[in-house]
Design a protein around this ligand. Structure first.
Ligand SMILES: Cc1cc2nc3c(=O)[nH]c(=O)nc-3n(C[C@H](O)[C@H](O)[C@H](O)COP(=O)(O)O)c2cc1C
Length: 207
């Protein structure tokens, strides 16, 4: 089957893209509301794109009525957000944070998660998250119903025990991220394996 993306309705493009560009990592994004009330929402249009500068990217779409989501409004106003990574222990809470709660509701609190203070920015991180990245907005790329947010990571917190003593490498089995497939389908990364280049692969290209 073949699809012309210039004529295909957006919802069909969404289904196709999200079915095949998968699994996608999930950022549980925490921000501060206008009254300082914390806000948290999951975003799977998310990834890291560079370490120098350290850049993460979010794709935040408007609500069906065209208004901006709380996360986007907060990021636009304060220029700060935390990306909290998710494992199975907080997968249900992460999904629950995706409900369209009123702005006055603190999703971290209502889902039974806890706040932990950030070091460099105002929004709290999620205490239960295996890793959290404090970000400042680097730039916003505006589309009619979506904003692509580039965030520079200014501080990273990693749960005790996840890294080796030097803080260089992940200890196997200590971090099994949950990622999104399509719709309400998720997958957990619990089957790690090692794959390296075939020994003589370089010589095969030589004549
Ligand atoms: C796993 C998951 C991933 C999601 N990814 C995105 C996303 O990448 N972009 C987006 O705009 N909404 C995404 N959503 C929907 C938002 O989380 C949802 O609209 C939420 O209510 C927004 O909350 P807010 O108004 O507090 O920002 C996702 C929801 C779930 C459950």
């Amino acid at each position: 089957m073949d699809f012309d993306f210039q004529t295909l309705p957006a919802q069909d493009r969404y289904r196709l893209l999200c079915s095949f560009v998968a699994p996608r990592p999930i950022a549980l994004v925490s921000t501060c509301g206008p009254d300082g009330v914390p806000n948290a929402a999951p975003m799977s249009f998310f990834n890291v794109f560079s370490q120098d500068p350290p850049i993460v990217i979010l794709g935040i779409q408007a609500r069906p009525d065209g208004t901006e989501k709380d996360t986007m409004r907060n990021i636009r106003r304060d220029g700060e957000f935390v990306v909290n990574m998710c494992d199975m222990a907080i997968a249900q809470q992460m999904v629950d944070c995706g409900c369209a709660f009123d702005e006055a509701v603190d999703e971290i609190d209502i889902t039974g998660l806890h706040h932990a203070p950030s070091y460099k920015i105002a929004p709290p991180r999620v205490a239960e998250a295996p890793a959290s990245m404090e970000c400042r907005v680097e730039r916003l790329i505006e589309f009619p119903r979506r904003v692509i947010v580039l965030g520079e990571v200014v501080q990273m917190h990693v749960r005790d025990g996840c890294l080796d003593d030097q803080g260089h490498y992940l200890r196997e089995g200590t971090y099994q991220p949950v990622a999104r497939l399509h719709a309400d389908n998720y997958i957990v990364s619990d089957q790690q394996f090692v794959l390296s280049e075939t020994q003589d692969i370089k010589t095969r290209g030589r004549s």
